[in-house]
Write a protein that binds this ligand. Structure first.
Ligand code: NI
Ligand code: MN
Length: 225
């Protein structure tokens, strides 16, 4: 069993047994987050890219917990420079960690640090833990290779941005679900700021209309898969 907790925006915790992973821990300044960075207990922190609304408090959480930051090379180097343990990876590469496997995928977006440095390519990530394959799309526009991701890996859960403006909007995200063909889709990256307002119920209705399953995880709540 794998527990997935949603902290709003693109921040998710994934727990299985003793393994606690947090993805894109933007908690401070995230009006939907019900926990503070100091509440987080994590062994690993996975970052899709370095924008402030994804990097969040990753480095503070990493140092406090002695957790390892997993990211693409440039961002992992930046984490190490800031005093964190880091594991450098890159797009297309997978690695078997104690909790399971992490593989980075493409994402069509940008990635720079809050101080304006180039942070490599943005990414999506497939996490395999306790027999479940969870895809976090990161920030991205729609791309046809999502079909390949879904063909190569039987996805249990796909976490997809729906907020438009910086990422896919609802209709593109529904197409993404069609391409990815996951057992379950979950919307993210919406309603944190005015410019990314989107109705997750509209996404859910449209996903269900193509015969796929969707769960809107309420902020601060969890599902088990
Ligand atoms: Ni971004
Ligand atoms: Mn973002």
């Amino acid at each position: 069993m794998v527990k997935i907790t949603y902290h709003g925006h693109s921040a998710f915790e994934i727990k299985s047994g003793n393994h606690n992973i947090i993805i894109d821990p933007f908690l401070e300044g995230n009006k939907h987050a019900k926990i503070r960075p100091s509440d987080v207990k994590a062994n690993y922190i996975i970052l899709t890219h370095a924008h402030g609304d994804h990097l969040g408090s990753a480095f503070d959480i990493a140092k406090k917990n002695g957790a390892t930051v997993i990211a693409v090379n440039e961002l992992a180097d930046y984490a190490a420079e800031k005093g964190c343990k880091a594991h450098n990876m890159h797009i297309g590469g997978g690695y078997n960690f104690p909790f399971g496997r992490v593989k980075f995928t493409i994402a069509h977006h940008g990635s720079s640090s809050p101080d304006g440095r180039y942070m490599g390519e943005p990414a999506g990530v497939i996490i395999t833990i306790n027999g479940k394959n969870i895809y976090h799309a990161g920030d991205t526009g729609l791309f046809l290779d999502m079909k390949l991701i879904g063909e190569m890996t039987s996805l249990d859960v796909a976490l997809v941005p729906i907020g438009d403006n910086f990422t896919m909007g609802i209709d593109d995200a529904v197409k993404a679900v069609e391409f990815l063909n996951p057992k379950l889709s979950v919307p993210m990256h919406y309603n944190t700021f005015g410019i990314i307002e989107a109705d997750p119920n509209e996404f859910k209705r449209k996903v269900e209309s193509i015969g796929k399953k969707c769960i809107i995880i309420p902020f601060g709540e969890s599902i088990e898969v």
